[in-house]
Design a protein around this ligand. Sequence first.
Ligand SMILES: Nc1ncnc2c1ncn2[C@@H]1O[C@H](COP(=O)(O)OP(=O)(O)O)[C@@H](O)[C@H]1O
Ligand SMILES: [Mg+2]
Length: 283
Amino acid sequence: MTTPVKGARKIMLARIDAPVPYSKGAWLRSVGLNPVDLAGKVFTSASYKGGIGKTLIAYELAFLIDGILVDLDWDKGGATVKWGYDPDLRVNAPLVDLVEKGRIPKPLSGQLWRPDLVPCTPDLKYVVPPAKKFTDILVKLAQELGEKYQKAVVFDTHPGGGPEAFAPMATSNVVLGVVELGQQEMSAGEQMVDELKAYPLLLVPNRVTGTAQEDRYLDWLDRVTEEAGVPVAPPITDMRHWVKVRKSRMAITANRPTARFERLRQDLQAVAGAAVSYVRAAA
Ligand SMILES: Nc1ncnc2c1ncn2[C@@H]1O[C@H](COP(=O)(O)OP(=O)(O)O)[C@@H](O)[C@H]1O
Ligand SMILES: [Mg+2]
C-alpha cells in the first residue's frame, strides 16, 4: 500500500514533467522546435557600445530557446548578477578555469524561470588570451556544452571590439548586433556593421520609440544594412524606465502576458524567431 507521502511526491513529479506555459523553452516548443534542434549552435549578443541592451537580449534569448547563457562580460551589472550569482561570495571562477586549465564548466541550472548560466567573475579580464586562442577555447566550449547538454550556447559579451568580443563572434552561427536609433548609437552601429559584416551578423534595433525623430536614423540604418547586405531583425520597443527598475531575476518573457510588458515580450520573441530562423537557414 502506498503512503500518502509517496502519492504526493508522484503528483509533484508529474506536474514538474508537464510543460509549463511561459517557462524556459516553452516558446521554442510553441514554434515546433526543441532545444536539441539547436544543440551546438552559438548565438552572440554584441555591440560597439555599452548600455544598449546586449545583456537583456542575450538573457531573454537564452531563456526562450532554453540555451546555456555564457556570460563573457566581467564588468558588474551584467547577466551573472542579474541571474542571482554573486561572484564576491564564490571561490570558483569557471571561465578562468576554462581559459587557464581547459576545464569545461558545468552550467548552473536556471530551472524553470531563468536560463542556465555559466557565470562570469571579474578576474576573467586578466586572463583573456589573444583572439585566436580565445576563439579555439570558445569553439571547444560550445561543442562540448552542445554535446553534453544538447542545447545551444548564448554568449553575452563585453562591449567593443577586443578579443573578448571577436572570439565569441568568430564562434557564432549568428551575431545579434544591437543598435539604437540615435546619433552616437548609429555612428557606433555603422562602424560595427562595416567591421563585422563578414560575420553572420543580424542587426537588432533596440529601444525603438516609433516617433518621427527616429525617421532619419531608420533611413541611416536602411542604407548601412543594405550596402552591407546585413539583415535586420524586428525592432524592440523602448520600455523607458520600466525595465531599468525591474529587480526580478526572472526573464521578462517568462511572465504571463501583462498589459505593461506584453509588447516587449512579443518583440523579444520576434527577435528570437529571427535569430533562430537565421541559424536554421544557414545550416
Ligand atoms: N527596450 C528596452 N526598454 C527599456 N529598457 C531597456 C531596453 N533594453 C535595455 N534596457 C535597459 O537598459 C539598461 C542597459 O541594458 P543592458 O542589456 O544591460 O545593456 P548592455 O548589456 O548593452 O550594456 C538595462 O537597465 C536594461 O534593462
Ligand atoms: Mg551587458
